[in-house]
Write a protein that binds this ligand. Sequence first.
Ligand SMILES: [Zn+2]
Length: 142
Amino acid sequence: MLETTNINITDAEWRIMRVIWALDTVTSRQLIDVLGDSMNWKPATIKTLLHRLTDKGIIKAEKDGNKFIYSSVMDESRTVDLASKKFFNQVCAKKVGSAVAYIIDESELTQEDIDKIQDKLNHKQAVSKINCNCVPGNCHCE
Ligand SMILES: [Zn+2]
C-alpha cells in the first residue's frame, strides 16, 4: 500500500497519470501515441516515467504477451486530494487559510462545487489560534 503522506508525483509523471486515469489501462505504445508528440518525449522517456511510477507504487504493470499493461493503483480524486494535502503540509500552517482562499478565488467552480465548499465551511470548526509549524527562522510568524 502506498504511503499516503509520501505521495510524490513530478510534473512529468502527472502527465502520464492523466492519460492512465482517462484510459483506465494503457500500454507504453498508447502513451507514446498520446504524449510523444505533444510533450516532445522520446519513447525511452515515457518508459522511464512508467518505471518510476511503478516503483513508487502509484501504477502497476501486468505482462500481457510481450507487452505490459499499465493501470493506476490509486484513483484520481484521491491522488489529487493527497497531492494537495502534501502541498499544504509544506507551507507554514498560518498561511494555509489564505492559500485556500486564493485557490477558491482563482478556480473555475460550478454551483455544485460552490455548494460543497459552502457546506464544508458551515461545518468547519474554527480554532482560536494556529501554531506556526515552521522550522525556527523559516518564516516571520513570531
Ligand atoms: Zn510559520
